[in-house]
Unconditional design. Sequence first.
Length: 359
Amino acid sequence: MSYNKLDMDKGIEEIIKLGTLAPSGENCQPWRFAVRGNQISIFNIPERDDSLYSWGQRASCVAHGAVLENIVIASSAMGYEAGVRFFPDPQDAHLTAVVDLKVTAIKDEPLYSSISRRVTNRKPYKNTPLTDVQRTELLRTSQEVGGGKIMLEENFDRIKMLAGALSMNERILFENPALHSFFYRHISWTAQEDQQKRLGFYIKTLEIPSPALVPMKLAAKWSFMRMLNKINFSKFIAVQNAKVYASSSVIGAIVVPTTSREDFAMAGRLLQRLWLKLTQMGWSLQPLTGIPLLMLRVRADEIGELGTPHAELVKEMYEKITYTFGVSNGIIALCFRVGEGGEPSARSSRLLPDIQEVS
């Protein structure tokens, strides 16, 4: 762990460590911290996610929102009241938030123990129906965070439609050189490599069947990937992922009013709190963010390396997703699937947080 001084309050140190157990795209962990007294400043590291998925760093805003939700919950459980100010300095685009901690009574936070247990599970799920109590608890997350909207689709036929649309992300990923390169740069192929890098994801977390691992590794070379795509490999991957996504109790969406940084940070808080509740229930979640995030680039007419054919496919799939959910106002920031998935095969390692104490 990186410090300028060694006398940092251990409670605040622990709060930050728990904060960084939040999810981020490709496990890129785009954050660093500065502490002054009882104030935590959180900064974005934009070069950690420079992919086509992070138009205007919105993917990183989602990740920072999840960090902040962890910090708020952990602070309360450890005897602090956390006041959060998003993007407080117009002159510093990298300053995501400032958290002011006020010493108060320790509170019972039911989600606190879930912070360290939350994990992405990409296995097929059991399609066990939600109970009325579970559904109500998940939907009330919006009121607890104070904005945004959670939508849950439980009809099997509509889940299949959503699964097919969302799986087009994988087709695009394996057909687009820029996304293909970004994806493979973040894979660790062995447990030792994962421990050394602590960025990106360990290959076992992708839950790829053993016979597919060899062609998957060979496909890291774009020339080989192009050859595979001549026999529709990218489409095959999308079909297989659609089957996995359809094996869910729920496919959900988080809807926010605008494409602002603040709204996407709020989406991250919603996702994280929802995920912690599901962890507490013994259920699994997998974010499905590709199509909604790429749509931000298409909407802004900044498709760049995405290219026109893939931009048109993204637009078509996003419209199918919004139609299926019945979203007429607002922006779908991200989607996710939910079900009983058991334990994942592995977890990806993480960097220790970069914390600077300032006077």
